[in-house]
Write a protein that binds this ligand. Sequence first.
Ligand SMILES: NC(=O)c1ccc[n+]([C@@H]2O[C@H](COP(=O)([O-])OP(=O)(O)OC[C@H]3O[C@@H](n4cnc5c(N)ncnc54)[C@H](O)[C@@H]3O)[C@@H](O)[C@H]2O)c1
Length: 349
Amino acid sequence: MVDMKKSVKLGLIGCGQIAQAVHLPNLTRLSEVELVALAETDESRLEQAGRQVPHAQKFTDYSQLLSMPEIDAVIVCVPNALHAGVAIAAMEKGKHLYLEKPMATGVEDARRMLDVWQQTGVVGMMGFNYRFNQLYQTTQRVVQSGRIGEIVGARSIFSTADQESPQWKKSRESGGGVLLDLAPHDIDLVRFILGQEIAEVSASTRSLRSDADIATVQVRMEDGLYVQLFFSWGAVEESGLEIYGTAGKVSLNRYESLSPTVKGTKAGGQLKQIWRGLTSIAGLPYFVERLRAPMNEPSFARALEHFVDAVRGEHRASPDLFDGYRSQTVIQAAEESALTRHTIIPDSL
Ligand SMILES: NC(=O)c1ccc[n+]([C@@H]2O[C@H](COP(=O)([O-])OP(=O)(O)OC[C@H]3O[C@@H](n4cnc5c(N)ncnc54)[C@H](O)[C@@H]3O)[C@@H](O)[C@H]2O)c1
């Protein structure tokens, strides 16, 4: 762990869209953190990213960054198919790891990563940043408090409008498709909010403009509850969750809600109550924080802050690589189900 009095020295590997638009601005705002090196194979992107951190060393080969003894931890934002290789190399060099989702592109790689993580004992955190979004945190508290009764069903949607995306996201071979891009978040949130594992998966995918750019997934939780998840690129920009219980319903729309909506069971009894826990969780009211955040999503900065504090030994990082592994097994089960039209039980450890 890093001495509490010293600043944490970080390296960033992969300086593409998410790194430049979100992580770099957030990292430069974090206190007691020094971003000392960047690695990126594309020289013009490396130059561009370097303008945000003029004092950082720049490498086109990430192994040179990993060889810098002063680096405590790395943020890995390379294309999905490279996650396993880069993460394993970083952990083997003793670097604490913040890994963008998904953990890998297959369960076999994810399992190797778990082994290395356990052998090296470094902090290994997954970039499931929405766990740090107050809407989901409050929803979890509502569900776990029993306020909406026994949960009888849930559904989520994560859909994006047509947008410029890197070429590697368009083909499954290079780690593309919505099951590897959007699904890791919602699968993790379902586990986080309901507090149990996914026992069975059935899924279908469609490839309209690129490989598997639409997917519907139905999962059965350990207690028998069914959850439906829908993912799509190139449609409406929407991200939300609805959870139905015997005593009410909690729902959120990530782009529109300032707090989750909790309502009772009777029709017409619209909006019995708005859950007002949000402003008390952090100093800033949620909507102010959202307006100030890069890409209007405050959870990215919170997740990185949590990681840095874990590197300092202040707490265990969560979500960790074990959560990444669980999410990966569900994704793989969904892919297998889409292919075979069977219900699949995700791998366990
Ligand atoms: N948490 C989120 O909500 C979120 C959002 C967007 C992206 N992501 C994840 O972040 C990662 C990057 O996504 P992106 O949209 O920024 O993609 P991107 O293609 O824009 O960025 C990836 C960068 O990695 C670089 N790269 C490739 N090989 C490299 C290597 N060997 N060494 C160093 N750099 C290398 C590429 O040149 C590119 O600039 C993906 O895993 C993606 O799933 C997460």
